[in-house]
Design a protein around this ligand. Structure first.
Ligand code: PHE
Length: 453
């Protein structure tokens, strides 16, 4: 924020910068860690289809709604609703968003810490085995220990905090631009190695050959939660980023491109992981450890595996960082703009709070493994409630806000840049935001609650 003229809000420098930052937020552990394990638990290909349908029908219009609210109001998620709808309860969406950001950051930093540890192990060349039971022992001994996972989580949040203190333009944009394409390339290389492993075929079938009998209400809710989590929608991240976007950027193009890039990375991660899962005889439903059980084995079977494993984990840490920054930014923008706390203090405060809850999430694999909330561990509870409940709930009210309540004031002006852009899909976006997205989200919820039988 340092070199920004007084009175002017920090903003992204170019329209590629905006795209890079939004992709930086979207692409992260959600694609490479969460997508494969949730897909694995939900039976594979059929889940993937439901997931993609949700990205298209609900994800893109919601991204667009959030960006337009943010750019119109030029504010954090709570301030934005207060400004557009003063004296009305819509700002509660922002409050739920800030709470969700806090919760997501807490368990996200746990997994990011695991990634840091695996980076360290790759440097020491200590993960070179493709023996399924050795990989399992390695992961289990580490993530159920106390000190190391906490240590790496702290290191990760320290980095996140430092980038957020540096500010939006200097911090986020610079890193994403170069490093995201690199991550993309290395994922392609990994996928190629994975599909050429002996016994890989089962993995591709699992991922691409749908068995519709595997779709239940839980599958659809998981797909909804995963889509929201992965696209960074439903809690105001894109309202916050939208507020930093210049007036001439094309919001619909950005939304389409980000959703496409994000889904592409998730599918690539799936192609890298599932063939190896089958080749090594790991259970696809292994849960949150899946990626850590699988990837080291692929590197071990690769020429230059040592080099690639370091490169991959470093890039994954960076992808996680650019996402984590966008989550923390939601909390910090709120604290600075609404509570008038200085950016540095706000960041320290938020980071410290996240680390307190985050430690509990990390320790829920060891010391606190028997502590349950609604029969879930602390980690699972934070993950489930934020991704599957809070984000979709937030998203539901955001599309209602734009489609039915206040969108007339600004939506079309924001999408067309005050009439300067012709957006052919505009009527489609309108229809989806008004009817299809809210009905779809409501149906998924009612169905999960058993109300639709
Ligand atoms: N989309 C990020 C990822 O996939 C995580 C995230 C969730 C970021 C919600 C912002 C908001 O890793």
């Amino acid at each position: 924020m340092s070199n920004i003229p007084q009175g002017k809000r920090d903003s992204f420098g170019s329209s590629f910068g905006v795209f890079a930052a939004a992709v930086g937020s979207a692409v992260g552990l959600g694609n490479i860690w969460r997508f494969p394990y949730i897909t694995g638990q939900n039976g594979g290909a059929a889940f993937l289809l439901v997931y993609l349908a949700i990205v298209l029908l609900i994800g893109i219009p919601l991204m667009l709604s959030e960006l337009s609210i943010g750019r119109h109001a030029q504010k954090n998620p709570i301030g934005a609703f207060l400004q557009i709808a003063p004296g009305k309860p819509w700002f509660l969406i922002g409050i739920v968003g800030v709470a969700a950001a806090f919760m997501i950051s807490s368990f996200y930093s746990t997994v990011a810490g695991w990634t840091l540890h695996y980076t360290y192990l790759s440097v020491l060349d200590k993960i070179n085995t493709s023996n399924a039971s050795e990989l399992e022992t390695l992961f289990n001994e580490f993530h159920t220990s106390q000190f190391m996972p906490l240590f790496w989580q702290f290191v990760f949040m320290l980095f996140t905090g430092l980038i957020v203190i540096a500010g939006v333009r200097d911090g986020i944009e610079k890193y994403t631009k170069i490093l995201m394409p690199l991550l993309f390339i290395i994922l392609i290389i990994l996928s190629i190695r994975s599909v050429t492993l002996e016994g890989a075929k089962g993995g591709l079938e699992f991922l691409f050959y749908p068995d519709f009998s595997k779709i239940h209400s839980k599958t659809v809710l998981d797909a909804l939660g995963q889509a929201f989590f992965s696209l960074s929608i439903g809690m105001g991240t894109l309202i916050t980023y939208g507020s930093y976007i210049q007036k001439n950027a094309n919001l619909s193009r950005i939304s389409l491109q980000v959703a496409l890039a994000d889904s592409f990375v998730a599918i690539l991660a799936g192609i890298a992981i599932f063939p190896a899962v089958f080749a090594f005889g790991i259970a696809p439903s292994s849960g949150p450890g899946l990626v850590f059980l699988t990837l080291p084995g692929i590197f071990e079977q690769m020429t230059g595996g040592y080099f690639f494993s370091i490169l991959f984990f470093v890039l994954l840490v960076i992808a996680a960082l650019t996402s984590s920054v966008s989550i923390l930014e939601v909390v910090v923008a709120y604290l600075t703009e609404e509570l008038k706390i200085k950016r540095k203090q706000a960041t320290i405060l938020a980071t410290a709070g996240i680390l307190v809850i985050g430690s509990l999430a990390t320790l829920s694999f060891s010391t606190l493994k028997d502590a349950h909330i609604f029969s879930k561990t602390i980690f699972d509870f934070l993950d489930y409630v934020s991704a599957n409940l809070m984000l979709p709930l937030g998203g539901f009210f955001i599309v209602i806000f734009v489609g039915w309540a206040y969108g007339k004031k600004f939506f079309s002006a924001e999408i067309t840049n005050d009439g300067n852009l012709v957006v052919r899909l505009f009527p489609v976006f309108n229809l989806v935001i008004k009817y299809i997205a809210p009905i779809a989200i409501a149906l998924v919820f009612l169905n999960e609650l058993g109300i639709l039988g």
